[in-house]
Design a binder for this molecule. Structure first.
Ligand SMILES: Cc1cc2nc3c(=O)[nH]c(=O)nc-3n(C[C@H](O)[C@H](O)[C@H](O)COP(=O)(O)O)c2cc1C
Ligand code: SF4
Length: 620
């Protein structure tokens, strides 16, 4: 790792030039500078600020926001163990301890020789093949004691990552059940050709002409109508009707428009976008291009979570193939004025950037803090211009719906949840992986298919979703009953649901962006309260306090993270209250902060330990 004084500004300028010294590219520049130097040095911050024309404080603020960016050296090898509950269930904590012992290191510290640091990170999206870790950003799956031992030795010998066994980095798709989406036989360009043929179907465009009527705007209106008629709803969690979103973006005032694909996939337990990006990249880009045709956008962005950086080269190749075959670029498929291209933007370890307005901030090279809404991205999105933000699976499903035809697509699933859904199954089952079902499948059916037995509970749609107990296994996945972005974590009867909820609460406290006080303080208090109960110091008062916190967070948080942060506790309390009550100390109040304990140092310094130097116990 080079010292600050060795800074070669020419290397930085090469990176800055590649991004045309555009301040919106600040995050990408910082990410690349870190790849070059190992961390972002003070002199680099100054140089980047000057060259991009942004204040040094902003550069530092952005670098400090993202957990994968570092302003201090963090070791030639930066090891991060994935810390989702499913990784823990597969033994990640013991593996991390083993590696710390092998390398004589404490978690969170850099070794004295500057070789390595070891820590945890939020779910890496590899729950079907965990435990997993990231080493210098590269995902390593299927960790065992032997593999961890080998990794420790490779690090000690300073073996470059490029010489590590390829098998360490193998990421499987684990597709267990295919449906119309994963089984599609759509060739690149098929969907766009089908969409362009809409211009000769006037019944679809009647009364839906864009601001300037032309064959292309008529096609756009036809696409919007077809997607609306298919009943497609967003697959990223909120379930907003996709056709309506595209229509609002298309009709918004202004010339420039953008299409953004949300591939941030940070919800613990979700990994279906990873599989679509690996195996269905062309369908995704087809869907994004379809959206561009519908809305009139010329610029597309794929926001890829940092943990999926390993997919970048593959995705870039797919984009290049499409450019070479006139499926991206100018006059796509020979249609004058049909111009559209896609760039990939890589995130840097911030779950909140999955929230669409935070994602747009991040795309603009800022800290990923959610915006005030309204206005919504469809009118004021990227660069305050109309922007359609959709999930990876939504774009793929839109392409499929277009190809199948609205009626056929709508025939799949349920009245309010048309089409199929990819479910990411992980946890206590012999066949974790991706399962595609028509909407309306029961929890019980999924459990049966993945071979789960003695199941105590299923966490549907990640920590912000719902914890479903055995009595509810006949509930159906879909917007009518159990909406889901895709996570399906299985817990058998050996699992302690209190510890599951505690892990989720730690996740929210860690990922809160800190912008608004209710969430920043509320998630920290919730975490402290759960830790207090775990330590056997909780009381009934704490359980009541959690309900009070939930009310505050729900009513005054700025975004969905804060609003749903108490869900894991409330849901597990509802179904598994004894898991909490068995840990409670007594029925009277005990504060989360031990004031008398905090005075111990003062007593030590003054040499006093008599009764007068202690706070009086209640009733004494
Ligand atoms: C805290 C938070 C995290 C989110 N993370 C994601 C995500 O990783 N991927 C995603 O597609 N949507 C995520 N969303 C939802 C997005 O804000 C947005 O609704 C979605 O991208 C819209 O796409 P869709 O209509 O295709 O679902 C998140 C929302 C919140 C509040
Ligand atoms: S609710 Fe939490 S994550 Fe959302 S803006 Fe407020 S602090 Fe940030």
């Amino acid at each position: 790792m080079a010292a600050d004084s060795d800074l070669h500004t020419a290397d930085l300028d090469t990176i800055l030039d590649r991004y045309a010294r555009n301040p919106n590219a600040l995050l990408q520049v910082l990410r690349e500078v870190q790849e070059l130097h190992g961390y972002i040095r003070p002199a680099a911050i100054s140089h980047i600020g000057v060259m991009l024309g942004v204040p040094r404080a902003r550069v530092e603020g952005v670098a400090g926001f993202y957990s994968f960016l570092h302003l201090q050296p963090h070791g030639e090898y930066r090891v991060l163990f994935s810390d989702n509950i499913t990784d823990r269930m597969q033994g990640s904590q013991a593996l991390m301890e083993q590696m710390c012992q092998q390398l004589w290191l404490q978690p969170g510290k850099v070794s004295e020789d500057g070789l390595v640091s070891i820590n945890t990170t939020s779910c890496t999206g590899m729950c079907d093949q965990g435990p997993a870790m990231l080493v210098n950003g590269r995902a390593i799956t299927r960790l065992t004691h032997q593999r961890v031992q080998e990794i420790g030795s490779l690090i000690r010998n300073r073996t470059p990552l490029s010489d590590w066994p390829e098998d360490f980095f193998r990421v499987e798709d684990n597709i267990r059940r295919k449906g119309p989406l994963l089984d599609n036989a759509i060739a690149p360009g098929d969907v766009l050709r089908a969409a362009l043929s809409l211009s000769v179907r006037p019944e679809l465009v009647e009364g839906h002409r864009g601001p300037t009527s032309s064959p292309r705007t008529e096609v756009g209106a036809g696409i919007v109508d077809a997607i609306k008629a298919s009943g497609l709803r967003g697959r990223g969690g909120a379930g907003f009707p996709t056709g309506m979103k595209w229509e609002a973006c298309r009709n918004a005032a202004g010339e420039a428009r953008h299409v953004v694909c949300n591939a941030d996939e940070g919800e613990p337990g979700t990994f279906k976008d990873r599989v679509l990006l690996t195996s269905c990249a062309d369908l995704l880009f087809e869907g994004m291009t379809l959206c561009a045709l519908a809305t009139g956008a010329r610029h597309g962005y794929l926001y890829l979570r940092g943990e999926y950086r390993y997919l970048l080269e593959r995705l870039e190749s797919a984009l290049q193939r499409r450019r070479n075959t006139n499926l991206l670029g100018k006059n796509i498929l020979g249609q004058p004025g049909f111009d559209f291209d896609i760039v990939i933007h890589i995130g840097a370890g911030a779950y909140i950037c999955g929230e669409e307005s935070a994602l747009i901030e991040s795309l603009e090279g800022k800290r990923g803090v959610p915006r005030n809404r309204p206005p919504f991205p469809v009118t004021h999105g990227y660069l305050q211009q109309p922007t359609a933000v959709d999930n990876v699976e939504t774009f793929c499903s839109a392409a499929l719906a277009m190809q199948m035809g609205a009626e056929k697509y709508r025939a799949i699933g349920t009245p309010k949840s048309s089409g199929s859904k990819l479910i990411s199954v992980s946890g206590d089952c012999p066949r974790p992986g991706i399962y595609e079902y028509p909407f309306g499948v029961s929890v019980r059916q999924v459990l049966q298919d993945c071979g789960a037995v003695n199941t105590r509970a299923v966490q549907v749609s990640g920590p912000s979703g719902a914890c479903v107990a055995e009595s509810e296994f006949d509930r159906k996945l879909g917007f009518e009953d159990l909406p889901t972005a895709g996570a399906f974590m299985v817990f058998d009867d050996s699992r302690d649901l209190f510890e599951v909820a505690r892990n989720f609460v730690h996740f929210f406290a860690h990922e809160s962006c800190g912008f608004c006080t209710p969430c920043r303080v509320g998630t920290a208090l919730l975490k402290k309260t759960m830790d207090k109960i775990a330590a056997g110091l909780g009381t009934q008062y704490d359980l009541a306090e959690i309900e009070h916190l939930d009310h505050v967070l729900q009513t005054s948080s700025h975004c969905g993270l804060g609003r749903t942060a108490c869900n894991p506790v409330l849901h597990t309390l509802k179904h598994f209250r004894p898991a909490y009550e068995n840990r409670l100390k007594s029925l009277v109040f005990s504060p989360a902060f031990d004031l008398d304990g905090a005075l111990a140092r003062a007593r030590q310094m003054t040499g006093r330990d008599d009764a007068g130097a202690h706070l009086k116990a209640e009733g004494a």
